[in-house]
Design a protein around this ligand. Structure first.
Ligand code: ADP
Ligand code: ZN
Length: 745
């Protein structure tokens, strides 16, 4: 099709940046994106492992615009699908979805649109993709407009080893077989080796390009805080520090979710609960109120989150222990998807361990218990660690952090003071030795503290020389020391699920006085460490005021349009507006996140609001620092110029729809633009020689009459021609004929 050829092939790959700005409003690619897009355009099968927020969706959305036929996107969640499709439509991209939420009528209509080539991206749930009626439809689409790409989002759902196994995903192999030439792009944020292998084999990726992005999320600040009786007050303080920011608080159980959200509301913080015990309707309502910024705080169990596209979550707080480290990475990773600073805070009480351990003993299967216990230990190791939090998380995904100090976690920013615990460590280790390395931590501590338990009596351990030598320490203090020894590899724990303590070479070095043991002073004793970390990059006072003003405007617009606020603009764009205060459409176009469609839709209302605010508060306008420099050689301005001489991209999209047989009104509706704008596009396209057959715009006999009038009156001014022709000829018809006439003359 003319559109794709013009953009991707003839004008070459540098055009990708122009398309990126035009349709998505981004000024550049994120790491990896460009390479992936190029490979997609070349028809290469790919597996993309990229963390949440890395920008995976763009890697199939952008090629979908450039490739000739239809891109199918398989996505497991209805909410996720709707959200993405709305974002795309907002940007003037022809996308739609079919899933079980539609009436049969709606479904047929959308399927027809796809069949007629009026759609570039079609989102489907996996079960629909494989239904009786859908495969034949795909065959027809393939025959008529062509299938260009199969994108499989959340591809880990194909693996039983992942955390969201969906059997329907297995059936995707059938689609792969049916269309052998159709390239596939599998995407996931879950990257363990096992899952990776499963995706490759289950989805039959052929000689795939595997792209593994770093799982490091440098914009996320990680901190672990001790949980104690004042933790609730700390939590409230944290929330009050940034009163409007979107925050997710995770708890383990429904009960604690309900309890905490009620308590927060009583204390004047509006919060909504979310857990599997609520009705589907309530859940959907709470989720959408959170997404729409009606309520800033959502208190949830892990039931909440997968597929939540809200990019401006500023903090994810775990008020209770997460179940495993991967879960923690995914949940905390819902913060800061917009790459702006965000906080991930875990409130941790060593006592939580007992709760989780109890839950584990309730599991029927022994193997399951073992896995769960091992996962619990990893979480504990993370929470109690005195080294970089980021390093621990990344090492879980097999990745090594290249820098020594990440500068964005509590342990790197404010290392804990250490104390010498060699003597206590020696007592502990020698007790393990006296008990013949056949007991777990609990029993060792009982012996040290001189407890009178049945187990001690049964084994005669009250007679050991280490019995009762540790009464100066509490059970908790001993546990902390024991775990520190494990973390520092000065002691071992059998991994068969029984947690028997064993000595190793390091233990003997400690016992032989060859090694000192340094342990961090517990976090509860240290001063709270959050104060020093700014929640988001601070704006100056003036810009902050304007930012809040623009946020309020965004909220009003979003509510009117029935979309979430980030559907209007992300925080990043509003911040840039508040700082740079664009004063014209040209300046507004430079704000990150402003593409053609958003420029048309919002430039006027936002620049107007900015102007009024700046006048009221006497602030300078138009502080666009990059403008002068960018004009000369900037890649974006440069490539936009190239496009300007030929039809612009927005005109090309109109052209494509026109060539697919849509009427002017249908194009306007499809692109959510005014009919006048589309008429302008069409007139320019006619004049540029892109459209030469006017039959569908002006009937041949009317064409002739109009042309004759032009010949009589000249074609410079339209009004006299219109007056001569009378009311039944429209301005549009006249200008289309004139455009054609100008070209041929
Ligand atoms: P993922 O699917 O990997 O979790 P998304 O595709 O949802 O990530 O993208 C996360 C956020 O990053 C979105 O808000 C998106 O608009 C933004 N984004 C993606 N690519 C870019 C880019 N090249 N420049 C700026 N922002 C981007
Ligand atoms: Zn760190």
């Amino acid at each position: 099709m003319a559109f794709s050829a013009a953009v991707s092939l003839e004008q070459g790959i540098p055009q990708l940046e122009a398309v990126l700005k035009q349709y998505f409003g981004h000024d550049g690619f994120r790491p990896g994106q460009r390479e992936i897009v190029e490979q997609v355009l070349q028809g290469q099968d790919q597996l993309i492992l990229m963390p949440t927020g890395g920008g995976k969706s763009l890697t199939y959305q952008l090629p979908a615009l450039l490739l000739p036929g239809l891109t199918i996107v398989v996505s497991p969640l209805i909410a996720l699908m709707q959200d993405q499709v709305e974002r795309l439509q907002d940007n003037g991209i022809a996308a739609t979805y079919v899933n079980s939420s539609l009436t049969p009528g709606q479904r047929t209509q959308r399927e027809q649109a796809a069949l007629q080539g009026r759609i570039k991206l079609l989102y489907v749930a996996p079960e629909r993709l494989l239904s009786e009626s859908f495969l034949p439809l795909l065959d027809q689409i393939q025959a008529r407009v062509g299938l260009s790409l199969l994108a499989i989002d959340e591809a880990h759902c194909v693996s039983e080893w992942g955390h969201d196994f969906r059997p329907e995903y297995r059936q995707l192999a059938r689609v792969r077989e049916r269309y052998p030439g159709l390239p596939a792009l599998a995407l996931t944020a879950t990257a363990t080796e096992r899952v990776r292998q499963d995706i490759l084999s289950q989805l039959r990726l052929e000689d795939p390009h595997v792209h593994i992005a770093s799982f490091n999320r440098p914009n996320l600040y990680y901190e672990v805080r001790a949980k104690h009786k004042d933790s609730y007050a700390e939590l409230v303080h944290l929330l009050r520090q940034q009163p409007d920011a979107a925050v997710i608080i995770y708890c383990q159980s429904r009960k604690s979710v309900e309890f905490l959200s009620e308590r927060l509301n009583r204390d004047g913080i509006s919060a909504l609960p979310y857990h599997a015990g609520l009705s589907g309707e309530q859940r959907a309502e709470h989720q959408s109120r959170f997404i729409r910024d009606d309520v800033p705080v959502l208190v949830a169990t892990v039931a909440f989150g997968m597929g939540i596209g809200k990019p401006d979550v500023r903090a994810v707080i775990h008020y209770e222990l997460p179940r495993n480290l991967e879960g923690y990475y995914q949940e905390s990773g819902r913060a800061g998807r917009d790459s702006q600073t965000a906080q991930c805070i875990l409130f941790f009480s060593p006592g939580d361990r007992a709760k989780v351990e109890y839950l584990i003993t309730q599991k029927p299967d022994e193997q399951e218990q073992r896995i769960a216990r091992q996962q619990l230990n990893q979480v504990m190791a993370y929470a109690e660690s005195t080294t970089c939090r980021r390093r621990i998380q990344l090492s879980y995904f097999g990745e090594t952090l290249q820098i020594g100090n990440c500068k964005n976690c509590d342990n790197c920013l404010r290392p804990l003071p250490l104390e010498d615990r060699t003597i206590h460590a020696q007592k502990f280790l020698s007790c393990v030795a006296r008990c013949r390395e056949r007991f777990g931590m609990r029993h060792i501590i009982d012996v040290l503290r001189g407890a009178n338990t049945q187990q001690i009596r049964r084994h005669g351990h009250e007679k050991l020389s280490t019995y009762g030598i540790g009464q100066d320490q509490t059970v908790e203090e001993w546990q902390r020391l024991g775990r520190a020894l494990l973390h520092q590899n000065l002691l071992e724990e059998a991994t068969d699920g029984y947690s028997i303590l064993k000595l190793n070479e390091g233990s003997w070095q400690v016992l032989r006085q060859q090694l000192q043991v340094q342990v961090a002073i517990p976090i509860s004793a240290a001063t709270p460490r959050l104060e020093e970390s700014g929640p988001v990059q601070a704006l100056d006072v003036d810009s902050e005021g304007l930012f809040q003003h623009l946020r309020a405007l965004r909220k009003r617009l979003a509510d009117d349009l029935g979309v979430p606020p980030y559907g209007v603009f992300p925080d990043t764009s509003l911040r840039a507006m508040a700082q740079q205060r664009p004063d014209s459409q040209t300046q507004f176009a430079q704000i990150p996140g402003v593409g053609t469609r958003k420029l048309e839709a919002y430039s006027a209302v936002f620049t107007q609001a900015i102007r009024a605010y700046c006048e009221a508060y006497d602030l300078p306008l138009g502080l666009m620092p990059e403008l002068g420099r960018a004009l000369g050689s900037g890649p974006i301005i440069g490539s936009t110029n190239t496009v300007a001489s030929s039809p612009s991209l927005t005109q090309k999209l109109t052209l494509e729809l026109y060539q697919q047989g849509l009427s002017l009104e249908e194009i306007a509706q499809q692109r959510q633009l005014k009919a006048r704008t589309i008429a302008d596009h069409l007139a320019s396209l006619i004049e540029a020689g892109e459209i030469s057959d006017l039959e569908r715009l002006v009937s041949p006999d009317r064409h002739e009459v109009i042309l004759a009038t032009f010949k009589k009156l000249g074609s410079e001014a339209l009004t006299p021609v219109r007056e001569c022709l009378g009311e039944q000829y429209t301005y549009d018809e006249i200008r289309f004929v004139r455009a054609l006439h100008h070209r041929s003359s």
